[in-house]
Design a protein around this ligand. Structure first.
Ligand code: ADP
Ligand code: ZN
Length: 431
């Protein structure tokens, strides 16, 4: 039923394990990373002061800036002769961050990804097409190792050449794909154009690396006749395999035997309770090469700590709502692109691609949403187009309390991305 016994450990045992590992990691960074030794000394904290899990609040936060300031290897806690792999982040918000792994880090990471894939039902004999970048990025090799570990037939498909990807899905009888959700929508579009969507035998898709919405899930599930699961991870925490949906599809189990999880108020750093939306903060409990204490992920979510009917005892996080640095503030209203996506993807006339453009007129921010229409619903009649614009505007207004200008564009106008989609064009600085 489960890949590893740790998935169903009683919470008390999990917490004992966490405490043991927390003590280990604080000692490890204190002894081996000058940056942390200094930061702990400044706060007057010694590894021996960690006596219970609550003591985590004594530890300093680590930020993305700290990673950049210590570029490339400054936060490594082992010498380079123990490091067997280096990856970098995608660089979505600035200079890529560098992360390192020991051989046993790699082993644990592969197991965590295998754990996630097993959870959603990937098994030996499944044909797993890994449509993910293998260069520098953790998504490619991370999923690759996990899928191979559990014995799936693993195809290192990489990204790009969409027609070939689709052909491969048809010819090899691919049963599982992994990609970004935005690229999966593009695969669907191309498979339809090639007239082969019905020949695809997919059972499920694992989608992650960027925010996506429940309505996008519905679109992907309907188009391919699959179950679509949300996969969350970040390079700083190994990569994929940090949190993953189970078959209940109600939140992502986050593996607390490897990560200590907090959600904090992004402004004050105060810890929030379950259900309160804030920034996810993670402490690595088992990483040797590059352990991080209380890392500010910049990702916005909340904790769901109900008993899950799948039997796993690890808490869940709500799907990532967005990044703190992705939040758009328009005329005082906070909006995440994923909320706009959620509204658009439930409107049948709207195609799978959109872009948000923010400009400034005088001192006022203007929000424009460029939306591709579905071909089949495109009559070309002006009155129809006007009706659709009004409908989109009304739905956005209702859900987000925000008036947006809506521009309809033809299918294919908005650039497709093979990895993370760039949804927001902020032109405010340039005007
Ligand atoms: P970056 O994109 O910051 O350069 P990574 O390539 O390591 O770094 O990607 C990790 C980031 O991608 C996460 O911090 C998060 O913002 C985003 N991400 C990953 N998985 C998901 C997901 N399932 N939903 C939303 N966002 C995600
Ligand atoms: Zn579950």
């Amino acid at each position: 039923m489960y890949w590893e016994k740790e998935e169903t450990l009683p919470r008390k045992e999990l917490e004992e394990l966490q405490l043991k590992r927390l003590k280990w990691v604080v000692r490890h960074v204190y002894d081996n990373v000058p940056f942390y030794r200094e930061a702990l000394k400044q706060r007057n904290v010694h590894p021996d002061d960690i006596k219970k899990l609550e003591d985590i609040s004594k530890l300093p936060f680590t930020t993305k800036e700290d990673l950049r300031a210590n570029y490339p290897f400054g936060l490594f806690a082992v010498s380079l002769d123990k490091v067997v792999r280096i990856h970098t982040s995608s660089g979505t918000s600035g200079k890529p961050k560098v992360v390192g792994y020991t051989a046993s880090d790699i082993e644990r990471w592969a197991n965590m990804v295998a754990r996630c894939l097993y959870m959603v039902g990937v098994r030996k004999g499944d044909i797993f097409q890994n449509i993910s970048n293998y260069a520098f990025f953790t998504g490619g090799l991370g999923f690759h190792m996990g899928a191979e570990k559990l014995g799936a037939v693993t195809i290192p498909a990489g990204v790009g050449n969409t027609e070939r990807q689709v052909q491969c899905m048809v010819d090899f009888g691919t049963t599982v794909i992994h990609s970004t959700p935005s690229y999966a929508l593009h695969l669907k579009e191309v498979a339809e154009e090639m007239g082969v969507i019905d020949k695809i035998k997919l059972k499920m898709g694992c989608f992650g690396a960027e925010p996506w919405s429940e309505n996008t899930r519905k679109r992907l599930e309907d188009a391919f006749g699959i179950k679509a699961y949300d996969s969350y991870g970040l390079s700083e925490m190994n990569g994929p395999g940090v949190a993953f949906e189970c078959q209940e599809q109600e939140g992502l189990h986050i593996w607390i035997d490897h990560y200590f999880v907090e959600v904090v108020d992004p402004k004050t750093g105060e810890r929030l309770s379950d259900g309160e939306k804030g920034e996810l903060v993670l402490t690595t409990l088992t990483k040797e090469a590059m352990p991080l204490l209380r890392y500010r992920t910049g990702d916005v979510t909340f904790l769901i700590d109900d008993e899950c009917s799948c039997g796993r005892t690890h808490p869940k996080i709500h799907r990532i709502i967005g990044r703190t640095d992705d939040m758009i503030i328009v005329r005082g209203i906070n909006v995440f692109p994923s909320q706009i996506e959620h509204v658009l993807m439930r409107i049948p006339e709207v195609g799978d691609n959109f872009q948000v453009v923010i400009t400034r007129k005088g001192s006022l921010d203007e929000l424009k949403v460029r939306v591709e229409l579905k071909d089949e619903l495109f009559t070309g009649e002006l009155s129809d187009l006007e009706r659709i614009v009004q409908k989109i505007q009304k739905e956005l207004q209702k859900e987000l309390n925000l008036r947006a200008e809506v521009e309809l564009v033809e299918k294919g106008t908005i650039e497709r991305s093979t990895g993370k989609a760039k949804r927001v064009l902020d032109l405010r600085g340039e005007l």
